[in-house]
Write a protein that binds this ligand. Structure first.
Ligand SMILES: Nc1ncnc2c1ncn2[C@@H]1O[C@H](COP(=O)(O)OP(=O)(O)OP(=O)(O)O)[C@@H](O)[C@H]1O
Length: 385
């Protein structure tokens, strides 16, 4: 039987009070959530602004010697490490002079980039720097490439040719891989550097040239002098202002900056944007030994960017760099891209228990559509064991 309520109005008032309190509490919760959201948004905007600022600093760092309007296309040398700062300091000091610079260092460390920077920061920057890769020109042609030739200077010389020294008149001549010059050309180069005049092949007429020389080599030139494959007199001529560019493994702290710069640069060219590099990948990138230095880092990133759908870039450094971790298990016998791809896909398939689709499957781990993975497997001749 229902109980009798002698004061029905009071119950209603209590109920209304209760509803009022709940509404107030609800309102307080909403207000607190809105304040929290505003704070998170503020923090996100501040972080985004900081990222934008850091990106701008990486692209145009205070230590970037490349001056705006110095012939265009000036390339920043990215790096904050003490080692790279020291090199940048030397480049800054020598740039305005006419001194011959000898850049040494392992392959891919950035010697050409430094040469460009020195030229672009010099008073000669109005004219483009002229490059010669001394190891890429057949021995028989080096002389005419460097000094030029008259028509008919030798059998087969069907036309006149202006040599690179003449082209570089008033500018800078970058002699890359100078350590690979044959001995007889070394003698002639020495004479030009001493006398500042050239003679085209087939002409006895000396031509004055005003050329600043920047030479580079990844060979140990002092050792080459000892083994008599490089002339000591030319070595001393070139070694006026030596700059040694350190290998990447001795400036690992530069790697995150380099990665950021390279991913942005390649991403622009590819029309693909990555918001960030996965933390684990960045750690691995910093630990790898990089025998091919910045060039190798660049290649590894480019390959990962092709394979990765984004927005987070994952780089399987162990798979991409044969010497990573120095473990035999990680070593590849071939550096062909197809072989490296095949090994990598096989490894991931193995880890995923050969599941192609679904959570944790190989396609998810590789960041590919299952159909793309099938296609690649077929192309690379991979089938389930
Ligand atoms: N500090 C750097 N910042 C940004 N990119 C760099 C830097 N150093 C090198 N690179 C890039 O790495 C690649 C190799 O650099 P570069 O050609 O200057 O090396 P190198 O020492 O002249 O090599 P090699 O001795 O084989 O000719 C290029 O793509 C270059 O743009």
């Amino acid at each position: 039987m229902p109980s009798f309520d002698p004061y029905p109005g009071e119950a209603t008032t209590e109920a209304l009070d209760d509803v009022g309190h709940r509404l107030q509490a609800n309102h307080d919760v909403q207000a607190a959530a809105a304040a929290q959201l505003a704070e998170v948004t503020r923090q996100r905007d501040a972080a985004l602004a900081e990222v934008a600022q850091l990106r701008a600093q990486v692209r145009h760092p205070p230590w970037d010697l490349g001056r705006a309007g110095s012939g265009g296309g000036s390339l920043a040398v990215v790096g904050r490490s003490a080692a790279i700062q020291r090199v940048l300091g030397l480049a800054d000091q020598v740039a305005p002079t006419n001194a011959t610079v000898l850049l040494t260092g392992e392959t891919g460390t950035g010697k050409e980039r430094f040469a460009t920077l020195i030229h672009e920061s010099s008073p000669r920057a109005r004219r483009p720097m002229v490059r010669v890769n001394c190891s890429a020109i057949p021995t028989a042609l080096i002389e005419s490439e460097l000094f030029g030739r008259e028509k008919g200077a030798y059998t087969g010389a069907l036309s006149k040719q202006i040599g690179r020294f003449e082209v570089a008149n008033g500018s800078t001549l970058f002699l890359d891989e100078v350590g690979d010059l044959p001995l007889d050309v070394q003698v002639k180069l020495l004479r030009v550097l001493q006398e500042r005049t050239i003679e085209r092949l087939g002409s006895p007429r000396p031509i004055d040239v005003d050329v600043r020389i920047i030479a580079a080599t990844n060979r140990d030139l002092a050792e080459a002098v000892r083994s008599e494959t490089f002339r000591s007199d030319l070595y001393y001529r070139l070694n006026v202002f030596p700059i040694e560019v350190p290998p990447l493994r001795e400036r690992r702290e530069d790697i995150p900056l380099l990665v950021d710069e390279i991913v942005e640069e390649i991403g622009e060219a590819m029309g693909k944007r990555f918001d960030a590099v996965a933390r684990r990948s960045l750690e691995d990138l910093q630990q790898a030994d990089w025998p091919g230095n910045v060039r190798e880092l660049r290649n590894v990133l480019e390959r990962a960017m092709i394979l990765s759908p984004g927005p987070i870039l994952h780089v399987d450094v162990a798979a991409a760099t044969p010497l990573f971790g120095r473990g035999a298990a990680n070593a590849f016998s071939s550096s062909l891209l197809a072989d490296v791809d095949r090994d990598h896909i096989l490894r991931v398939l193995d880890q995923a228990g050969w599941r192609i689709k679904g959570p944790g499957s190989a396609s998810v781990r590789l960041g590919l559509k299952p159909s793309t993975l099938y296609f690649r497997m077929k192309k690379l001749g991979i089938s389930r064991p």
